[in-house]
Each structure stands twice: as structure tokens, then as C-alpha cells.
Design a protein around this ligand. Structure first.
Ligand code: FES
Length: 489
């Protein structure tokens, strides 16, 4: 049976990103109705057997999910299935919907049968060319519908399964959508989908994640100490960090639309690990307290220093991880004699278990909320750090058409080359161009030549450039007239 489904569900069913589907819609290959697509058109755009085979045999969908999980620094997704109670409530709601559909279908079925019988009788008693043609057309259309049923049923069944394990949330007033999977709270699901709602502690204490439930049902899945007032409860307010969605839900919630909407925070985080990524680059993994996470946008940075009042060896560093994992903050810190914090890190004076002060976030090296154009990221050396955060965010948000990454470094300087290659292998719309042209001003010309010869049209893209000051200055000079978002590190 043909069914209208949202773009986010269509993306999950077809294994494509929402950006790729939006491109097909813009190019007229996939009709849409008020932001929805029909399962029938989806079948046509992605011939059913191919999609099924890909999903069943190659595990493409699971592979992309896995790559995303790895990309986000998550070890293993906790559990795909929601709790039994949530699952039971969703199945009950679906059962009611199916029973209602059955009643409707049976009435239509009877009506069609009666009409067919009547037309047959009329043809027998009053032979008439027009009636014969009508009867033939009715038989033909029914045969077509029954013949195409199995392909469409596959999508409908997959959609039913998806609805049981994942509820859809629509935010107002932005209209952004995301799915809530497993035991995720509304807040966790929003962050994983690249959405940035207002929140504070992430742990049920501050009340900053309050949102009003306009439609649908939510259920508490985490403890919270914050008490909503009686009037807030009556108006339907809920805490996004403590509740999950039982059914498809519409929420009224504020979202950060840019860096200016994110407040400055001060947190003491603990070093989980300091691991060399290359001779001169260290991976620093900090973990914030459970009740005091860092709210930031992908691409932003923070000031790291001694925990407490003293900031005599502080430094500013871009965050290399995704805002979807706001407790685990990753940094790619380069050896630098003029950087006291980096010196202490490389000397081993900062290590596992130590406290580090985190202040921020700062910077507006961020992706605009409604960006749909192809994204082009250009990184030199550890300018890859903020770019990695942006790429992971873009993959989660699934709104852009395609992603290209050009990374220039000295030989041996592509310290996460495997991760970039894994992205390129797993995602059809991801291109990776590694270059061993160094990371200074001289790298700009060969990088631009490589982009030109690979057919990437910079003017058609949202361009992000991060790297040492000499490199980004050279890029700015060489690309006069092209709008770029630039971050010197
Ligand atoms: S984020 Fe603090 S209560 Fe939800």
C-alpha cells in the first residue's frame, strides 16, 4: 500500500542521506508532497530489489550506522531497541492504526467488488463499448496495483518496523526532524541528529532543556531532580534530557541558530587519555562530569588550562569531536615550543586522571543551520581537528548534498587517514583528497590545482578552511572572491 513518509524515514529506508534525497527532489526524480515522499515513488527512485539486496546482503545501512558511531567516538551504540514498555506502547498504537486501516480497506474492497459486479451485469444486458472499456480498465488497474504490491509492502513493512524502534520528533518553530532510537532521550537523539536544542546539565538538574509537547506522547526514562511547576506540567512541558518519545512527537523548543546562542561555560574535565597520533600531534581525550557537560557547536574551540583560577599555561584549541557526545571532548594538539599547555602535555606533565579547566566555547567556524549546498572542507595539518567535528556534524544532520575533504600535510602528517578513507568508502557522497604538500603557504597552490583537476567547483560549495595562519592566509589570497569560512589554528 502506498504511504507518505517523512524524508528522515525515507532516508533510513533507502540508506541515502536526507541531502541526497533533497537533491533528487530538486532534480524532479523524486516527487514530494509537503515535505513527504510516497513509498511508491521511493521504490521507483531506488528500485526495491537493489535497496533490499544492499540492505540485506552488503549491510550498507548498518555499515553507515557503524561508521557514524565510530566517527562520533562512541564505542558501541548502547542498545538499538527501546525498553519493553516503550516498545509495547508503540506496538499497541500501531496495532490500533492497522485495525483502523483494515476496517477502511474492507469497506473499499466491498465497494470495488460491488461496482465490478454491477458493471459486469450492465455489460451483459446492454453491450456498450464505453462500459466494456471501463470494466477492462478497472481489471487492468487492479492487476497493476496487486502486481506492484510486494515491492511497496517491503517498504511499508520496513517503515512499520522503523516506527516501532524509532519515533519521529518534529521541532517547532524550526520544523527540523529527527528520530529517537533505542533508549535515547529526546536530547540525546537531537544531538545525534545534529540538532542543537537549548540545554544545560544534560542530567535532569537545571531545567534548561524544557520543551512543550504539542502532540504525541513522551515517557520518562531517566531520573531528574528538577521539578516542573504545576502550570508548566499542565501546559505540557517536559525535560528533553529525561524523556523519550513513545509516539511521533511535535515539540516546541528553542534551538541554537548560531554561535551567539551558545553561552560561555566553565568546566573542570578529567583527562581520560593522552595518546600520540603522530610524532608531533597528541590526541587529548577529556571527559566532563556527567552533570556538567559542554554545550558547543561543531567547529568551535575552547581554552584549556590548569583547573581552578590559574590560567598561566592555558591555550586555545578547536574541539575535534562531535557535539553529539558532549561529555567526551577530543583535541588534536600539536607540539609547539611557544605553547605552554602543549609543552606540558608532550612532556607528560598532563596525563590520565588529571583535571583540566575548560572555558568556552568560542569561534564561529560553524555550519549554517539550513545549509544544503555541497560542503568542501580544506584542512592543513591539525586544522583537520575542527574539520573532523564539522564533518561528523554534517553526517549526523544529513542535510547537505555531498561532502568533500581535501587535507594537506607533510608526509606522515595525515594522522587519521584511515578514518577519512573509511568515510569515503562507506558514503557515496563523500570524497577524500589527501595531499602531501605540507601545511604552509606553499601548500595552497597544489591544493587548489588538485581540487580543480578533481572537478570540485569551489564556487558551488560552502567552503571551510582550517590550518596554520600562513596556509589560511595564502588560501584567502588565492581564492579572492570565493566566500569561505576560515579558522587559523
Ligand atoms: S539539561 Fe538540565 S535538566 Fe535537562
Amino acid at each position: 500500500m502506498t504511504r507518505l513518509i517523512t524524508l528522515s524515514r525515507a532516508a533510513h529506508l533507502s540508506g541515502m542521506t536526507r541531502g541526497a534525497l533533497q537533491k533528487k527532489i530538486r532534480e524532479g526524480e523524486l516527487p514530494s508532497f509537503d515535505g513527504m515522499v510516497s513509498t511508491e515513488d521511493l521504490c521507483r527512485a531506488f528500485p526495491g530489489c537493489e535497496v533490499e539486496r544492499e540492505i540485506d546482503e552488503s549491510g550498507a545501512f548498518e555499515r553507515i550506522v557503524r561508521v557514524r558511531d565510530e566517527a562520533f567516538g562512541r564505542r558501541v551504540r548502547e542498545r538499538m531497541l527501546p525498553s519493553q514498555e516503550v516498545l509495547a506502547q508503540r506496538l499497541f498504537a500501531q496495532g490500533q492504526e492497522i485495525a483502523e486501516l483494515r476496517r477502511h480497506l474492507s469497506r473499499y474492497h466491498q465497494l470495488v467488488d460491488t461496482l465490478r459486479g454491477d458493471i459486469g451485469e450492465m455489460c451483459k444486458h446492454q453491450p456498450d463499448g464505453a462500459l466494456d472499456a471501463l470494466a477492462a480498465r478497472l481489471d487492468h488497474e487492479l492487476a497493476v496495483i496487486l502486481g506492484s504490491q510486494s515491492e511497496q509492502d517491503t517498504f511499508a513493512m520496513m517503515d512499520d518496523m522503523l516506527r516501532a524502534i524509532a519515533a519521529r520528533v518534529t521541532l517547532r518553530p524550526s520544523g527540523r526532524e529527527f528520530l529517537v532510537e533505542g533508549n535515547d532521550t529526546l536530547l540525546e537523539a537531537a544531538l545525534k541528529a545534529g540538532v542543537s536544542p537549548g540545554y544545560g546539565c544534560g542530567n535532569g538538574n537545571c531545567g534548561l532543556c524544557k520543551a512543550r509537547v504539542v502532540a504525541g506522547e513522551v515517557r520518562r526514562v531517566r531520573n531528574s531532580d528538577y521539578m516542573l511547576s504545576e502550570s508548566e506540567r499542565q501546559q505540557g512541558y517536559t525535560l528533553m534530557c529525561a524523556h523519550t518519545a513513545i509516539s511521533d512527537v511535535t515539540l516546541e523548543a528553542l534551538e541554537a541558530r548560531g554561535a551567539a546562542d551558545i553561552p560561555e561555560q566553565e568546566i573542570v574535565a578529567r583527562v581520560r587519555a593522552a595518546t600520540p597520533l603522530a610524532d608531533d600531534v597528541m590526541l587529548l581525550h577529556l571527559q566532563t562530569p556527567r552533570s556538567n557537560r559542554l554545550r558547543f557547536l561543531a567547529g568551535q574551540g575552547v581554552t584549556l588550562g590548569a583547573a581552578g583560577v590559574s590560567h598561566d599555561f592555558s591555550g586555545e584549541y578547536p574541539i575535534a569531536s562531535c557535539p553529539c557526545d558532549d561529555r567526551n571532548l577530543l583535541f588534536h594538539i600539536r607540539r609547539d615550543e611557544s605553547d605552554a599547555f602543549a609543552q606540558r602535555l608532550f612532556a607528560g606533565a598532563i596525563g590520565s586522571g588529571d583535571d583540566v579547566g575548560v572555558r568556552g566555547p568560542w569561534g564561529d567556524f560553524v555550519i549554517g543551520q539550513d545549509t544544503e549546498r555541497p560542503l568542501l572542507f580544506i584542512a592543513a595539518a591539525n586544522g583537520f581537528a575542527p574539520v573532523k567535528s564539522l564533518i561528523e556534524h554534517a553526517m549526523a544532520a544529513e542535510t547537505c548534498e555531498s561532502i568533500a575533504l581535501a587535507w594537506t600535510a607533510a608526509r606522515g602528517g595525515h594522522y587519521l587517514d584511515n578514518q577519512c578513507r573509511a568515510w569515503a568508502a562507506a558514503l557515496d557522497d563523500f570524497r577524500y583528497l589527501p595531499l602531501e604538500a605540507g601545511d604552509g603557504a606553499a601548500a595552497a597552490a597544489p591544493l587548489l590545482a588538485a581540487l580543480a583537476s578533481s572537478g570540485i567547483e569551489m564556487r558551488a560549495c560552502e567552503v571551510f578552511v582550517a590550518g596554520p595562519a600562513s596556509f589560511v592566509d595564502a588560501m584567502r589570497a588565492a581564492c579572492d572572491g570565493i566566500k569561505m569560512c576560515i579558522q587559523a589554528i
